[in-house]
Design a protein around this ligand. Structure first.
Ligand code: AMP
Length: 279
């Protein structure tokens, strides 16, 4: 397995695979890897001749300096896990490699990036699009793998390749959870022991909302979810919205779509977690 820091070296290695007409699967990550990330690597392994991953904590997508500083970093352990999972190449650039000078591009994703994560983390998706477009350009994969855990990000990346005519297939992968339902996340390791006991309430409440959706209206479900989670000590819902899975337009009535998704962001003390459920 190659572990590479510089763009020019990645391009040389990638070219060797391309010359042999090998298909390339790519998994971009910010590291602090867990089974959720590794599920993407495994899927890419099944569907491609060669698998590349990147580990880059992208400063452009953090709108909060403290959050960027506190983001967990475990590069040595990550390299070990990727090796064991069958990754062929890891690209670990530093900030200067990706942003040798400030990248001022402004993307327009219409309404998708104005709500939920886009509303509460202004500039977040523009930062995601900057990094992803650069990584796509460097790796030039046939397929790229993204988790449904970050559902809105998945839609943004799909919109990005469409807008820029990038010929990469975006492959959505299901959310991997702990046995108690908590969606795996690099941020989970920041949760205190005390809060960790209560945190399954998030997915439990989303699952309950799905059951109740045959009996309750959209506004009632939203109110119920928010009030259950907010009644847990140290938990504060930032948003819970229900949208169409494809257009991401918010709905107020179940009749507005056959494919609804409920997306939530919750502060558990100072740790911000997101999750979602398809109705
Ligand atoms: P991140 O390192 O958080 O930027 O995530 C890198 C990729 O892994 C993204 O496509 C995420 O959606 C995906 N991912 C993160 N957590 C999970 C999970 N629990 N299940 C599946 N995919 C995930």
């Amino acid at each position: 397995m190659y572990v590479i820091k510089h763009i020019k070296d990645v391009k040389i290695e990638i070219q060797k695979f391309t010359d042999q007409k090998k298909s390339i699967g790519f998994v971009p990550t910010m590291g602090a890897l867990h089974e959720g990330h590794l599920s993407l690597i495994k899927r890419a392994r099944q569907e491609n001749d060669m698998v590349a991953a990147s580990i880059f904590v992208n400063p452009a997508q953090f709108n909060n300096k403290e959050d960027l500083k506190n983001y967990p970093r475990t590069p040595d352990k990550d390299i070990e896990s990727l090796k064991k999972t069958g990754c062929d190449l890891i690209f670990i650039p530093d900030d200067k490699e990706i942003y040798p000078e400030p990248d001022m591009r402004v993307f327009n994703f219409g309404d998708i990036d104005k709500l939920m994560e886009g509303k509460f983390r202004p500039g977040h998706f523009n930062g995601v699009a900057l990094a992803v477009s650069k990584l796509f350009d460097i790796i030039n994969p046939h397929r790229a793998y993204f988790g449904e855990k970050d559902y809105q990000q998945l839609l943004i990346v799909k919109a990005l390749v469409k807008q820029l005519n990038i010929p990469i297939e975006i492959v959505p992968c299901p959310t991997i959870r702990e046995s108690d339902g908590l969606a795996m996340s690099s941020r989970n390791r920041l949760i205190t022991e005390e809060n960790r006991k209560n945190v399954p309430i998030i997915y439990k409440t989303l699952s309950r909302a799905k059951e109740l959706s045959t009996k309750m209206s959209v506004p009632e479900i939203k109110k119920t979810v928010i009030s259950i989670i907010n009644s847990t000590p140290d938990f504060m819902v930032e948003y819970f919205e229900i949208a169409d899975c494809n257009t991401f337009f918010l709905i107020n009535d179940w009749a507005e779509t056959k494919n609804a998704i409920g997306c939530i962001a919750v502060y558990v003390s100072n740790v911000r977690l997101i999750d979602n459920i398809k109705f």
